[in-house]
Ligand binder design. Sequence first.
Ligand SMILES: Nc1ncnc2c1ncn2[C@@H]1O[C@H](COP(=O)(O)OP(=O)(O)OP(=O)(O)O)[C@@H](O)[C@H]1O
Ligand SMILES: [Mg+2]
Length: 373
Amino acid sequence: MVRQTIIRPEEEPEEEPRPRRTPRGGAGGEPPAITATGAGFPADDPESDDELRPKRLTDVVGQRKAVERLRIMLDATRKRKEPLGHLLLDGPPGLGKTTLATVIPRELGVEIQMASAPALTAPKDLLPYLTNAGHGTVLFIDEIHRLPPAVEEFLYPAMEDFRVDITLGDGLNARTINLKLQPFTIIGATTRSGMLTAPLRDRFVNREHLDFYDLDELVTIITRNAKKLRSEITPEAATEIARRSRGTPRKANNLLRWSRDYATSRGDGRITTEMCDRALEMLEVDNLGLERQDRRYLETLIGVFTGGPAGLQAIAHTMNVSPDTLEDEVEPYLLRSGLIQRTPRGRMITAAALTHLKIDPSDPRDSQQRKLF
Ligand SMILES: Nc1ncnc2c1ncn2[C@@H]1O[C@H](COP(=O)(O)OP(=O)(O)OP(=O)(O)O)[C@@H](O)[C@H]1O
Ligand SMILES: [Mg+2]
């Protein structure tokens, strides 16, 4: 299915999918160059994100400092009637990068085009987006750290001088055409700002880092979203779900949906603490919010690498999981919760992780069995 690539201001994206097809330079029969947002995102269930996604800046919970700065940027942009400066949003998955990227054009009353970097394999894939960009509109590029070098270089003059240099022909007959573009805004999202090249990073005049949410913010999100889903939830149950959401709104939404399904199927539909305890136990989400994959990571580090230090690649190969997945989705929360440490020699388990997994290093059975320390 071709998903929507342009969202007009004040239009609800899910109401009227309106795929925008752009003529492309490639041979016929290829899939459209513009793939809409959503494809291939490192997310639990990005397809269902849209329903609960805040639409306006006032609906965005938390990220107070980033939101305050954005308000100033948006206000200045409106007053000057100039396009917003290019903006880079970075942070772990599910914290609201796509959400902010869609809220901003809505606040400014401009159009947004959405692209995903892995789909932009050559400059010709990016060209239609650039030529389609109207004055002040937003081009959102997700996973921008995955742009191939040739596409990235093609983007430099577009970002800096609003022009692209197109080379026609080759050899002696080669000519370069400079194509002027409308001044527009690129909003880039990345889970890995460290992987961005310095020239690309420097072309973003505005940068915002999104951080994990605290308990109260997640409770607010869960309570609001339960209302949107027309479900009844007790404040205690909302707190319990928030506690197990790893500081991530997307996790909170997913756990809320699951608890709601469970309560509907096994109870009267009300999400109480007891219901959500049982629901989350069935999902194998423990009281810290660790999932099976997180516990496997800790157990691998303990059982195979005697608690570390161990390199990311080695852990990933042992678990048969991609190192990127571990680095983006598993490690940030384990590090933040103090369950592992990152040292120059590799990852190490902490005493808190042993306590959480109920392993006693002074118990000879535990340490022998797991060859600990
Ligand atoms: N500040 C927020 N307030 C309320 N809900 C939020 C907020 N941030 C995110 N959410 C919820 O979490 C869901 C996931 O957020 P979003 O898709 O923006 O994450 P992301 O950072 O783009 O993740 P990824 O890196 O996986 O693309 C949204 O659909 C929304 O419902
Ligand atoms: Mg996203």
